[in-house]
Ligand binder design. Sequence first.
Ligand SMILES: [Fe+2]
Length: 439
Amino acid sequence: MDKKLLALVLASFLFFLFFNTPDSHAASNDYIRHPPRQLVATPHQGSKSDPQQVHVSLAGKDHMRISWVTDDKNVESKVEYGKQPEKYNAVATGENTEYEYFFYTSGTIHHVKIGPLEPATTYYYRCGGQGQEFSFKTPPATFPIEFAVVGDLGQTEWTVSTLAHVGSEDYDVFLLPGDLSYADFQQPRWDSFGRLVEPYASRRPWMVTEGNHEVEMIPIIYPHGFKAYNARWKMPFEESGSTSNLYYSFDVAGIHILMLGSYAEFDHDSAQYRWLVEDLAKVDRKKTPWVVALLHAPWYNTNSAHHGEGESMRKAMEEVLYKARVDVVFAGHVHAYERFTRIYDKKADPCGPVYITIGDGGNREGLAMKFKEPGSPLSLYREPSFGHARLRMLDETRAHWSWHRNNDTDAYVADEVWLESLSTNAACWDTTTPTKDEL
Ligand SMILES: [Fe+2]
């Protein structure tokens, strides 16, 4: 590397070390954070060829993607699986990748798609032909189905507490609206995060979208960002007609779920916007009576933290979601819990989505303690505590939402509400129902 380039690399690196603190995206830094807890260490216990950081995700109809990392580069990207322990009657091979980030080189990152799989069935599997056996359960084909929803997870003692509460009761699919590892340029933290979540993410599909902590962009050197995130957390974007891992959709049971990208372009002439319009035009509410969206920076937020950061995306995309009668929009980013009523264009609207911020998973930055006063009549419940949430969809019409605050020993239900799908609300499907051309 010539000297000028080397100097540029070092200057960029120092710039980001000193000036790109994790909260540099915050519009307002004048709020007080609740004391965070320490990072937890999660070393790899096995050999170089043993699988680590195993996680599974939904990958198109009746298929799952198994992802894992090995330090040994010669391990085959192969998954053996079957419905009985240690009896593998099927095998699939896939792809692998690795990436470099300054002086760090990742292990080999494997992705193998398996299936077709039966719904609501436990499968046992082994990665790379060796190491321990894992198992997961596929989601049900129909209602009821239960989601665990957690944003801004991190890898602290709070994360451990949140995940323990999530794991204490069964669920079908894990949804994460951005900010996973809080590696913040320190790549080995992506590995420790993968190991920390493996006991959960290897058992149930984890469906994630990106937050600001996934960007890890450095001008000139890594101008596009998302190097670690895209390599490690491959989501079913190709399966859903998207050209970017930063936004995609999937169906599970009777729900169509949009995973939107707050950190991809979203204006009307963007690829994400065009994909969203086409994706929503294909939704059949008879097959998927519920439509749910996840994104990172909230469009509605009465906390002082990150206030207004989601506004440009809201202006670009809110009308599309509203006309499609999206039922619920989940966001993270703000390290607190807040539930709004149904809203469209900053006003209560019975045909708009319910907006919920659930950025309280357990990150190292602590809580966003300061809510704006007076509150908004649109905001029905708000609290800065760590926790997780559950969305239990009973049938085509009814769903139960509950937010579980992390108390010392148990997950205490601090907020709960019944939701009704807009698909069966006739008043919301009159002449305002859009045609494909109108969207
Ligand atoms: Fe964030």
